[in-house]
Design a protein around this ligand. Structure first.
Ligand SMILES: *[C@@H]1O[C@H](CO)[C@@H](O)[C@H](O)[C@H]1NC(C)=O
Ligand SMILES: *[C@@H]1O[C@H](CO)[C@@H](O)[C@H](O)[C@H]1NC(C)=O
Length: 303
């Protein structure tokens, strides 16, 4: 049998292209959920800022991935993750002073929030910041974007549905794709929406200091300050004097998941589309909902 090389190459390119980021679908869901939660005035401002061909938020949510390999946006590549110094399941931590010396997702959220909230900035810079923010809040809720081990799990291999992928790819795309195949894309958004209330009440009872989320419940525009428990607040204050500390908390929680739930606890040869999928899919969903809720929280406060 003669193998058509051009088709094989095309397939490979397509495949690499498809699995480079919290698959498009993860980001689309985050964008769609956030849009549901925007205050009417915020929604109007957001729509006016977004380029026409990047509306609605589910579309805008994938922009940063679509441009990051272009020469003009090479600089933005490190904004999609934070390479923490960890070794899960033994040790997890996010230490901003050492993990983000150049640029990272946390810095990106702070930078974008600053520019977006400053009406003296040019429309173009605010637009770019909005597009970036919508995407990076999603990335910061994908555990393998908040992991140092194996460079975000890129060099750790796993088997999924009989094929080998990097763990990063499996978490970006494969696990969620399986869920979507089972439920269907439009129904899935409804499933996630029906769970928003649960996450909001989590925010209200367990994390009342998380103002970005709290603002959604109280419907008020509070400051982004003080979303940590006192202990963590002090811990971060000494290394970082900036006011926007919510992203630190989020990154910390997401990174802890590797240790508390053993994302790297599997045996070689185990098919991760089976028990492993069952163990982690609800957490993945929860992170997507939290990302949507928090993104809306930020936007409602600053726009
Ligand atoms: C902050 O955002 C602006 C607008 O997107 C960008 O030009 C700049 O490079 C960013 N700075 C950092 C440190 O990421
Ligand atoms: C992961 O594996 C380690 C080592 O076998 C074990 O100690 C730990 O309890 C496991 N953690 C989880 C969450 O499964």
């Amino acid at each position: 049998m003669k193998i058509d090389v051009s088709r094989v190459v095309f397939f490979l390119i397509l495949r690499i292209y498809c699995v480079t980021a919290w698959g498009f679908i993860g980001h689309e869901l985050v964008g769609a959920l956030a849009q549901e939660l925007l205050l009417p005035s915020t929604l109007e401002t957001v729509m006016n800022l977004l380029p026409v061909n990047e509306r609605p938020l589910s579309k805008a949510a994938t922009w940063a991935d679509r441009v990051k390999s272009k020469q003009a946006y090479k600089w933005s590549q490190p904004l999609h993750y934070i390479n923490t110094n960890d070794d899960p399941p033994r040790y997890c931590n996010v230490d901003f002073s050492t993990d983000c010396t150049q640029n990272c997702a946390i810095k990106a959220i702070i930078n974008a929030t600053d520019i977006l909230s400053n009406s003296k900035e040019t429309k173009l810079r605010r637009q770019e910041s909005l597009l970036m923010l919508i995407h990076i809040v999603g990335d910061l809720h994908q555990p393998f974007h908040v992991l140092g081990l194996g460079e975000g799990g890129n060099s750790v291999k796993g088997t999924f549905g009989g094929n080998k992928f990097s763990m990063h790819q499996i978490w970006d795309t494969m696990l969620l794709d399986k869920r979507l195949k089972l439920i269907g894309k439009s129904d899935y958004l409804d499933v996630l929406k029906s769970k928003i209330a649960i996450e909001l009440s989590y925010a209200a009872t367990c994390a009342p200091e998380d103002n970005a989320v709290h603002a959604l419940i109280t419907d008020t525009k509070t400051s982004l300050l003080a979303c940590f428990t006192d202990y963590l607040k002090q811990y971060f204050r000494y290394m970082f004097s900036h006011n926007y500390i919510c992203p630190f908390k989020w990154a910390y929680e997401v990174n802890q998941y590797h240790c508390t739930d053993g994302t790297l606890n599997f045996t070689q040869g185990e098919d991760l589309s089976l028990d492993y999928y069952d163990r982690h899919i609800e957490a993945i969903e929860r992170f997507i909902i939290l990302a949507g809720v928090r993104l809306a929280g930020i936007l409602n406060q600053i726009l």
